[in-house]
Design a protein around this ligand. Structure first.
Ligand SMILES: Nc1ncnc2c1ncn2[C@@H]1O[C@H](COP(=O)(O)OP(=O)(O)O)[C@@H](O)[C@H]1O
Ligand SMILES: [Mg+2]
Length: 317
């Protein structure tokens, strides 16, 4: 197994000082911080030319750089230069991918540029919240019909990537955004890459405990990755929304599989065919999972009834 860098996502992260509210980044005035992680900050900004709010993501790798008074990023040390620039290349790749893919459930790319010794991606601004926030704020929205609707929109977005041999590689509750009209957006193409890409030792592999399938931990010939790799993470998202906690960590399951199938747990209000389809995406061994989006959809359509139309509309997202 090659020795890739693994990025373990957790919530206890520091982050580089953001651009101050009111600061003008060219024609864009910073209005609010709407997302932050150890690698980037997302702002809601006002576009003074087009007279509308948009979202801007700034590359801010906290471990490698700080911000100086003139708003430029400064390396924390010369030794970190290589990793800073490798992350920057990845950010540029993310912008490039966003500009290549068009789907109503993928973020709409507006522009990319470099400034302040870092880089920026501008996209449309979406109103709503991530699935992670929604499940805490509006847990009563989550039922089979609602999930069915969200899932099938997301599968369309994911298929757009898979059709061109790209995998998202970081499907999670934080990267799925539910708009006020209930339509989902699959955010964050930062980990997205082609299945055929040769990974260098500098490649960051994103790991989310409970969401990352076993084959994503170790990329080698025997550990083939494909659409089934994203389907595992998507299954884990659905499982978490239904059960209230993520499935057991896949590499722990690999030693002793203590996964409790949903069809055995029988959570109230969910049909067996729906639960069975999610269990199939969460098979530990890739060969037990649907191999493609269309195979996954076929499991639903052979065993499930048509989803009922949405009855609940949030008033207050
Ligand atoms: N276009 C957008 N509209 C609204 N919120 C957004 C947008 N893009 C990102 N966000 C918010 O910022 C957070 C982080 O964005 P993301 O692209 O996932 O960055 P990271 O790579 O740092 O995880 C998201 O979880 C979401 O809450
Ligand atoms: Mg993200």
């Amino acid at each position: 197994m090659q020795n890739f860098r693994r990025t373990h996502i957790n919530d206890n992260i520091g982050f580089t000082y953001p651009l101050p509210i009111g600061y003008c980044l060219n024609e864009y005035e910073i209005e609010e911080i709407i997302g932050k992680s150890k690698g980037s900050i997302v702002y809601r900004v006002w576009d003074h030319h087009l007279k509308q709010s948009i979202a801007i993501k700034e590359y801010t790798p906290h471990s490698f750089a700080t911000r100086s008074q003139n708003m430029k990023l400064n390396l924390r040390g010369k030794k970190l230069e290589k990793r800073f620039y490798s992350g920057l290349q990845n950010f540029i790749r993310e912008a490039h991918l966003m500009s290549c893919f068009e789907h109503p459930c993928l973020p709409r790319f507006l522009r990319f540029w470099q400034q302040n010794c870092t880089a920026y991606i501008a996209t449309s601004l979406y109103k709503g919240m991530t699935l992670n926030k929604l499940r805490i704020k509006y847990p009563h929205f989550i039922n089979e019909n609602w999930l069915h609707q969200i899932l099938f929109s997301l599968l369309g977005a994911l298929d757009t990537l898979h059709q061109r041999n790209y995998l998202h590689y970081d499907i999670s509750l934080d990267n799925i955004f539910i708009q006020e009209n209930q339509s989902p957006i699959l955010l964050d193409l930062g980990s997205t890459r082609q299945t055929t890409t040769c990974l260098s030792d500098d490649t960051e592999i994103t790991i989310r405990s409970g969401f990352t399938p076993v084959e994503q931990y170790a990329a080698n010939e025997e550990n083939q990755q494909g659409p089934w790799t994203d389907l595992y993470a998507l299954g884990a998202v659905l499982y978490t929304l239904i059960v209230g906690k993520s499935p057991p960590v896949s590499i722990v399951r690999n030693l002793e599989d203590n996964y409790q199938p949903l069809v055995k747990l029988r959570p109230a209000g969910y049909s067996l065919p729906f639960l069975h389809a999610i269990d199939s995406a969460l098979a530990l061994n890739p060969s037990g999972r649907p191999l493609s989006i269309s195979e996954f959809i076929a499991i639903f359509s052979t065993t499930s009834t048509q989803p009922a139309p949405l009855t609940q509309t949030p008033t207050n997202l």
